[in-house]
Every structure is written in C-alpha cells, then in structure tokens.
Design a protein around this ligand. Structure first.
Ligand code: NAD
Length: 344
C-alpha cells in the first residue's frame, strides 16, 4: 500500500504522516515547502524506510502526473493548501492558485492514474477541508453535512471552491472521492502565526496578547491527532462521494480560550505577573465570522471514530510542547504576521 499525503510537511499533514508511518504504512509526502512547510516536522521518518519526501507544487499538473506514474499510490490524502485567513485577505490570488487551481490539477492527475488501474482497485482520494466553508453561525445551531455553503473570507471561499471541484470529479468522472470538513485544529508543530502558538509564545516572551475585538468569536477546537485519526477512519470506512464533518464538541470564545492558555502557563511556567495581564484588545478582522461549531454525529456513528483529547488536557500538552520546543518555533520562521482569533 502506497499513500500520498499532499501538504505533509505542514501542521496537520505532518501529524497524519507521523501516524501513518507509525502504523506501518508507506507514505510519499508531496509538499512545495512554502513558509508553512517544514521538513523538521517529518524528522526521523525517512530512517524507517517507509517515508519519502518529494518537493513539488500541486499546481504543476505534469509534475503530479509524473509522481502518480512513478509511485502508483493506492490512496491520496489531499491537505496541501494556503491556510491562513489573514494572509488570504492580503493576497487572495495565492489562495485561489493553490487551493482552487492546485486541487483541480491534483484531481486531474489522480483521475488519469485511476483510469489506468484495473477494476476493483480500491483507489480512494480524500479531500481535506474546513468548516469555514459553511460561513458563520449565530449563538445556536451546529454545522452538519447538510449545511449550505456560505464562505466569507478569501481563504474559506477558495476551500469551498476546492470542495466543489472534488465532488464534481466524483459525480462527473466517477473518481472515488470523499470530502472532510474539520473545525479549528491545535497541537504541536502548528506554524507560529495561529492563535494558540502566538498566545503561548508571546506570553513566554512577556509580549502583548492581542485579541481581535472583544474576543467573543466562538471557535470549536480539536486536537490535531484526533483530526488525523478521523481522516484515517474516513479513508478506511467512509462511503465514496460522501462528506464527513470532524469536530470534538469543544467550543470556546477566543477570550476564554486565551484565558485558559494563560492559566495553564501560570501553572507550567510561572511569571512575576499572571499572563492574563498581557491581554490587549485590537481592531477586529474584516468579515470576522462570529461562530463555528460542528455536529460530528455522522463521523462518530458511521465510522466509529471518537476524539480522545479533552480541550483542557490537549491544551496543557500543547503548551508544554511549545515551552519545550521554542527553538523549533524560532526556526519555523517569522512571527510578524500574527493571526489572532482564528486558527485555520
Ligand atoms: P499548513 O499551512 O500548516 O500546511 C499546508 C502545507 O501545504 C504546507 O506544508 C505547505 O508547504 C503546503 N503547500 C502549500 N501550497 C502548496 C502547493 N502549491 N503545492 C504543494 N504543497 C503546498 O496548513 P494546515 O493547518 O496543516 O492545514 C492542512 C489542510 O487542512 C488545509 O487544506 C486546510 O485548509 C485544512 N484544515 C485546516 C484546519 C486548521 O485548523 N489548521 C482546519 C480544517 C481544515
């Protein structure tokens, strides 16, 4: 069994690759290594003999065709994307290029490969996406697989477009595709521009913890390892052509989440003042969605998948990882483009 993981040098992709290789699978990671891709996230895996890294751009359809022909994968997890909302507001075309055109190029190469396989080959393609494609919720209600698409940012609209392309390649060409939409992820190796690493690292340096607006926006948090396990469950037991929502019923307002991180930091790395004193409110992000929250019942009942981490335990483990790996964070890159209130 050969598995392709696109975007496997990023935050979620590398968590997935680590799980797959640990489970004994052979993985080819395909990643362009943008600012968000980091080979350190995959360190030690090549030595197992079950992992290969290929630097390539998913927008390059000929390169993708070449990789399918060379490695003949049995399944594909597609995670490569531009992933940060604030960057999408500044440079939307980069998001359209990778998330829309890149997904179309990858689907095209996968289709050519699948058409050359014998009948009953079992090939599967999982397109990994976000709950932000559904827009925002008011104080009540949950996103489900039946929610209408109403993306509000350049990031979420480019991901919504890619979801439609994936479904169209299934309906039009019969490509064995599934789609997953997940809530906000947290955990080790998250690029230090997203809410949780920014708050943890700024706090440790005694810097301000800027919160968009009043901090009342609600996000639904899931540990990255639970998401990766959910993706593996969809690949193993999901029905072709279906969408699965992945979430762990862990809603928090941004201000409550930041206070929770500060409390954990007060315990793990006490400072002269409580970390909460560093919280600073800044002008809100344009078009900032009020609330996201997922109903994961379909994934839980059909796939038998359940998240293992409570938010408190997962956050504690994650903050401890950032404290122990500040050198990784420094090497991972610039933190000048701080995105707050949001993690996808
Ligand atoms: P990330 O930014 O950490 O990683 C993205 C990876 O894709 C990077 O390694 C980058 O180098 C690579 N990449 C970017 N453009 C590429 C291209 N043109 N060709 C090949 N590789 C390219 O993102 P992440 O947080 O790990 O998210 C992974 C996927 O999961 C994305 O599709 C994202 O939309 C989705 N998702 C993320 C979240 C979240 O909370 N982070 C939630 C739900 C869904």
């Amino acid at each position: 069994m050969t598995i392709f993981v696109t975007g496997g040098a990023g935050f979620i992709g590398s968590a997935l690759v680590r799980q797959l290789v640990a489970a004994g699978d052979s993985v080819v990671t395909i990643d362009k290594l943008t600012y968000a891709g980091n080979l350190e996230n995959l360190s030690g895996l090549d030595a197992t003999g079950r992992h290969r890294f290929v630097q390539a751009d998913i927008c390059d359809v000929d390169a993708m065709r070449g990789l399918f022909a060379e490695h003949r994968p049995d399944i594909v997890y597609h995670l490569a994307a531009e992933s940060h909302v604030d960057r999408s507001i500044d440079d939307p075309l980069a998001f359209v290029r990778t998330n829309v055109l890149g997904t179309a190029a990858l689907l095209t190469a996968a289709l050519d490969h699948w058409r050359g396989l014998p009948k009953g080959n079992g090939f599967r393609f999982l397109h990994v996406s976000t709950d932000e494609v559904y827009g925002e919720l008011d104080a009540t209600g949950l996103f489900s697989e039946a929610s209408p698409y109403q993306p509000n940012s350049p990031y979420s609209s480019s991901k919504a477009s890619s979801d439609h392309l994936a479904r169209a390649w299934h309906r039009t060409y019969g490509l064995p595709v599934m789609v997953s939409n997940c809530s906000n992820n947290y955990g080790p190796y998250q690029y230090p521009e997203k809410l949780i690493p920014v708050v943890a690292l700024n706090a440790l340096e005694g810097k301000a913890l800027p919160i968009y607006g009043k901090g009342e926006n609600v996000r639904d948090w899931i540990h990255v390892d639970d998401h990766a396990a959910g993706l593996r469950a969809i690949m193993a037991r999901g029905r072709l052509g279906e969408t699965y929502l992945v979430g762990s019923r862990s809603e928090r307002t941004n201000i409550d989440l930041v206070r929770q991180i500060c409390r954990i930091l007060d315990e793990l790395q006490p400072a002269a003042q409580p970390y909460e004193s560093l919280i600073t409110h800044v002008t809100d992000r344009p078009g900032h969605d009020a609330r996201y929250a997922i109903d994961p019942t379909k994934a839980e009942t059909e796939l038998g998948w359940r998240p293992r981490h409570s938010l408190e335990d997962g956050l504690r483990e994650t903050i401890a990882w950032y404290i122990a790996n500040r050198d990784w964070c420094a090497r991972a890159g610039e933190r000048s483009r701080i995105g707050l209130g949001h993690a996808a």
